[in-house]
Design a binder for this molecule. Structure first.
Ligand code: PRP
Length: 226
């Protein structure tokens, strides 16, 4: 029996993962939130700026149709408009932090929730609850979670979406930081899904924290780290 060769990270960065351009501006934003002594309000404000970039970029992966409009000088602008319905699904708790930015750019999008928590010691995820739009199977889904570490939580959340009838190719997973281990786990199991991230980290350490990482994003964003 032959097995397909596993794609390398470089290959996945071409086929499955859209990493935001590593501009000086983006690196400056990351510099603020990576600092261990970042003030809470700076962490929240700056994370949100990155989330906005991520969501705008993720929306670009969904279908568009041609839409010409007449400009004030009587000329036609050959434009586009989004041709699919989009909903967000946040992985509680840290994913909640991304909802406001989706609402800002797509106010009519419903937002579902999946509550998954990792055991603090084993790091294994557990599904507690989900609430999804009734017709989610006919929508394109932005799955929102700022962290992709081992991929355990993401795989569980994706399973919930697939069981609800969402097509794998209609899911875009949006996160701030991705570990190569998590990218490989998700893409290997779900090759039609796309990931949008603002940073691909070096690796995970022995405690499943990303290197260089950001610590516990949820705790830092919601101020429960103090
Ligand atoms: C974090 C993060 C992801 C998960 C990533 O959540 O928001 O959901 O860990 O790790 P994984 O890829 O190894 O599964 P956490 O369970 O720490 O809870 P939180 O949302 O309350 O911060």
């Amino acid at each position: 029996m032959s097995t397909a060769p596993t794609a390398t990270l470089d290959e996945l960065l071409v086929t499955n993962v859209h990493q935001l351009p590593q501009t000086n501006q983006l690196r400056a934003l990351h510099t603020i939130i990576r600092a261990k002594d970042a003030r809470h309000e700076d962490f929240v404000f700056t994370s949100r700026r990155i989330m906005r970039l991520l969501i705008e970029s993720a929306l670009d992966l969904f279908p568009f149709e041609e839409r010409g409009v007449e400009t004030p000088i009587g000329e036609i602008y050959p434009g586009l408009r989004a041709s699919s319905r989009v909903c967000g699904v946040s992985v509680v708790r840290a994913g909640d932090s991304m909802e406001a930015e989706l609402r800002a750019v797509s106010p009519s999008s419903p937002i579902g929730k999946i509550l998954i928590q990792r055991d603090k010691v084993t790091k294994l995820p557990r599904l507690y609850y989900s609430a999804l739009p009734k017709d989610i199977a006919r929508q394109h889904v932005l799955l929102l979670d700022p962290m992709l570490a081992t991929g355990g939580s993401a795989l569980m959340a994706i399973r919930v979406l697939l069981d609800a009838g969402v097509a794998e190719e209609n899911i875009v997973f949006v996160n701030l930081l991705s570990a190569p281990e998590g990218i490989a786990a998700v893409c290997e199991r779900h090759p039609a899904l796309k990931i949008v991230t603002s940073s691909v980290e070096h690796r995970l350490n022995e405690n499943a924290f990303m290197i260089p990482g950001i610590g516990d994003f949820g705790d830092r964003f919601f101020g429960t780290d103090k």
